[in-house]
Ligand binder design. Structure first.
Ligand code: ADP
Ligand code: MG
Length: 396
């Protein structure tokens, strides 16, 4: 990418089209054609071999078609920028190609002017994105803390928002991701107006995710979930992986709030987590679900990163000690039941740790953040151990 010319690979099964494109680019001083492929498999092979800056990719090709080739190339050679070229009438395919990782598209027949401009534009956008990333502190890679439970209403969002704000107050840079893709309420808990969400990031072609963060007055940055439940459907586990991976250099901690089920997207976040805070409340149905959750997490080789947080402790008969013996796992932190403060905080959109820092509820939430800070960052990258996640929830 730092060579002075933009290196282009042409993938089209029609030799005449490849020739024509070559001719259109012939006299451009900043662009050179480095190879040609007659089908998707050849494009994939040459993308890895030649590492061009840009691939012009036809859709209808024998064997591996252009969409699947784009997707594979996005995975194995993400630095190659794919521009899809296709005949009119394939609009639906173009959308699929963009979802697969294409950066732009051109409808055939196109002029030399359009072609050259598109290549330059895609290339310079990518350069701008990379130089932004180069400005980030070297070697920073956030710890990922996922707050999870097997049930709604147990306090996941309460704990995630308070933990995130509390870490900010202790001079850490924090990004909070709302992974409740259908009914996310993190912005409500923090009184944030959603200007952009992860649905916009997805819609705009999945570029520079840090541009899509909302800013809270504590310094916390938030990636909001889609505003309409149906938009949540567009977000896959792969997108979550991309989001978290791209956000990690931007913060010391990435805190993830989740819905209450093992969706493919939630699993992806659990796989990438350094810590999973599993929230349990003192009622039997919830404890039973938490126990099943622990069993699933153990099967996925994630048991060692789970910490149990007992929320709403003291709300009814079950004592915290009974939690641990039922779950056969120690309770890491307990958060007392305080309906008044929790309700006030939710109504005002101000986290309890800010609204009433001296309350027992807030102190316990701050203790959680201190407990997180006490842990040395692990050397081994998270997420290497759970191929079962993909086996269970593979989309394709
Ligand atoms: N420790 C607590 N004491 C009293 N109420 C709580 C406590 N934690 C959470 N709540 C309340 O429980 C409800 C559900 O909390 P929420 O964080 O939205 O749960 P989830 O994200 O798991 O669905 C909210 O009304 C919240 O104010
Ligand atoms: Mg919630």
């Amino acid at each position: 990418m730092d060579s002075s010319r933009i290196e282009v690979l042409i993938a089209d099964d029609v030799a005449e089209t490849r020739d024509n494109i070559r001719k259109l680019l012939e006299f451009e001083e900043d662009i050179c054609v480095v190879g040609e492929a007659a089908d998707g498999n050849e494009a994939l092979r040459l993308a890895q071999e030649l590492q061009p800056d840009c691939i012009l990719m036809d859709i209808n090709m024998p064997g591996l078609d252009g969409i699947r080739a784009t997707e594979r190339i996005y995975q194995v050679a993400p630095d190659c920028l794919t521009i899809v070229i296709s005949v009119q009438g394939e609009q639906e395919y173009l959308r699929k190609a963009m979802l697969a990782g294409a950066r732009d598209y051109l409808v055939k027949p196109f002029t030399g002017y359009d072609l050259v401009n598109t290549i330059r534009q895609v290339f310079s956008l990518e350069q701008a994105r990379r130089s932004l990333h180069q400005d980030l502190p070297a070697n920073r890679s956030a710890q990922v803390i996922v707050v999870f439970s097997a049930k709604g209403g147990v306090g996941k969002t309460t704990i995630a928002t308070n933990l995130a704000v509390s870490l900010c107050k202790q001079q850490r840079e924090v990004i909070l991701i709302d992974l409740d893709l259908q009914f996310g309420d993190v912005p409500l808990f923090l009184n944030l107006k959603v200007k952009r969400s992860m649905a916009d990031w997805h819609h705009d072609g999945r570029e520079a995710i840090d541009d899509y963060l909302l800013k809270h007055e504590s310094g916390l940055r938030v990636l909001a979930s889609p505003q309409a439940p149906e938009q949540g459907e567009l977000i896959t586990g792969e997108h979550i992986s991309q989001m978290i991976t791209e956000l990690k250099p931007h913060a010391d901690y990435v805190v993830v709030d989740t819905p209450q089920f093992f969706h493919e997207t939630t699993l992806q976040s659990l796989e990438l987590a350094h810590r999973i805070l599993l929230v349990a409340t003192p009622d039997l149905p919830n404890l039973k679900n938490v126990k099943s959750c622990l069993d699933v997490l153990a099967k996925l080789n994630m048991a060692d990163k789970v910490w149990i947080v007992a929320n709403k402790a003291g709300a009814n008969g079950i004592k915290v000690e009974q939690f641990s013996s039922y779950l056969q796992q120690p309770v890491w932190q307990r958060v007392p039941y305080d309906l008044r403060l929790a309700t006030q905080a939710a109504i005002q959109g101000v986290p309890a740790v800010e609204l009433n820092p001296r309350s027992a509820l807030s102190k316990s939430l701050v203790r959680i953040s201190k407990g997180v800070l006490e842990q040395e960052p692990e050397n081994s990258p998270a997420g290497s151990k759970a191929p079962l996640t993909r086996m269970l929830f593979a989309r394709r």
